[in-house]
Design a protein around this ligand. Structure first.
Ligand code: OGA
Ligand code: ZN
Ligand code: ZN
Length: 422
């Protein structure tokens, strides 16, 4: 940390010295709560003319730029308390703004600016958003960490009535989806209407060129896609040809008289982890090679994503974490943008990926009898089916990713969580 000048020292009045004793008079509960999260600093002040520092403890210090602090003021004049949108005029803040006073309260840092404006920054907010250094260990808005699975996936099926009638049932559904990327619900009436009501209990549906909301199909080629045949479908994710593939999907096999037609599910995050462990070069290739895709069977349909091609393994630019599998080998367009060497590398990596993806120890097969509905994360879990004979009617839905996630977050978060996390 740089020393700040004597002149700065004089200009700033730090009205209280920070120490753990400052908090001694708090209600025992509040104290425990704040200290339990490790978000109460022991000391704060000016680090230098540009920055404020907070010593969280003897070894952990955060610094915040003065301009950043003023620009992130969450007082009602600067941040609408209801809409949670910024009102502050960033461009009228002097780039070299400096606080004229810093004051500590039991749960926040109060800053006075040269024009008399007062800002209050809660300790827990400052800790969550510490950027120098970054102190958070998780994506702050993530509500559940994924638990990876293989053939031994063992999660309890939820009951239709519980999911439809109780908030607890709905939360359990969202929890399973966020944790395992898949969830089964039993006791669902075997109709399109009941399936649609169940789907809409989760969040609103995504329309596509296949349907407006809920869809149901048999092997009659009503749409020009292999799904509408009796052929087997290898493990894939849907909508690789959309700029944003559906976040979730639901399937309900309403009618079946015949042989085969079982459903296949594979945890793509688990397979990717295995690939990274066993074949790191192949993993990098699938993370870096962009694969073009299309949907062009139906007349008047020619869908390709923007950008034109995406990797199979997609990573968050900020965290570096894998967030989306985008893989349907049947929907791949002609590979004409790779060099000979890149093509070799890509095909080699694809073979290794395919081998793990089709390994029996990674596959979960389910007969998905009528009444048993599956919902799954189409950015994580790959699905497929075995070939079949006879009559089979499947109904289902696509859900938009953002709205499903928003629903999951808002069901679990309080307004105070929003204050802290945004
Ligand atoms: C699909 C699909 C599976 C099935 O429509 O994309 O994968 O069981 N269908 O018919
Ligand atoms: Zn303000
Ligand atoms: Zn599919």
């Amino acid at each position: 940390m740089q020393c700040f000048s004597k002149r700065m020292m004089a200009a700033v009045t730090t009205r209280r010295t920070f120490s753990s004793s400052l908090f001694a008079s708090h209600k025992q509960n509040a104290k425990k709560q704040l200290q339990g999260t490790g978000t109460v600093p022991q000391k704060a002040g000016l680090a230098n003319p540009q920055q404020v520092y907070l010593d969280w403890n003897a070894r952990k210090t955060s610094v915040y730029n003065n301009f950043w602090l003023r620009d992130h003021c969450h007082c009602p004049q600067c941040y609408h308390p209801v809409t949670r949108q910024r009102l502050v005029d960033t461009f009228s803040i002097p780039r070299d703004i400096q606080p004229v006073a810093l004051d500590s309260t039991e749960d926040a840092l109060d800053v006075t600016w040269p024009d008399g404006h007062q800002s209050r920054y809660r300790w827990d907010w400052l800790h969550t958003h510490s950027y120098s250094p970054i102190l958070r260990t998780d994506e702050p808005l993530q509500t559940k960490r994924p638990v990876l699975w293989d053939v031994n996936l063992n999660i309890p099926a939820l009951q239709h009535e519980e999911v439809m009638e109780t908030t607890q049932g709905l939360k359990a559904w969202l929890d399973q989806l966020e944790t395992y990327g898949i969830s089964f619900i039993e006791g669902v009436p075997k109709t399109v209407e009941a399936t649609e009501a169940l789907a809409r209990r989760l969040c609103f549906l995504r329309e596509t060129h296949y349907s407006q909301g809920i869809w149901s199909f048999t092997a009659d080629l009503a749409h020009a896609d292999t799904a509408y045949t009796q052929l087997a479908l290898g493990a894939h994710t849907d909508n690789t040809y959309f700029t944003e593939p559906a976040g979730l999907q639901m399937f309900h096999k309403l009618e079946f008289e015949g042989q085969g037609g079982d459903s296949l599910f594979v945890d793509g995050f688990h397979v990717a982890k295995e690939l990274k462990r066993l074949h790191p070069t192949a993993y990098r290739t699938l993370a870096n090679t962009r694969v073009p895709t299309h949907s062009a069977g139906d007349e008047h349909v020619l869908i390709v994503p923007t950008p034109r091609a995406h990797p199979i393994l997609n990573h968050d630019d900020t965290s570096g974490e894998l967030y989306q599998i985008r893989y349907n080998n049947d929907d791949r367009s002609t590979l004409d943008h790779l060099s000979t060497a890149q093509l070799d590398e890509f095909y080699d990596a694809l073979f290794l990926w395919h081998k793990l993806l089709t390994s029996a120890k990674n596959e979960v097969w389910d007969t998905l009898n009528p009444g048993r509905v599956v919902t799954f994360d189409n950015w994580r879990v790959l699905h497929g089916r075995s070939a079949f004979t006879g009559h089979r009617r499947i109904c289902g839905a696509y859900f938009p990713w953002d709205d499903y996630k928003s629903r999951a977050r808002t069901l679990k978060m309080t307004p105070q969580d929003k204050d802290r996390l945004l």
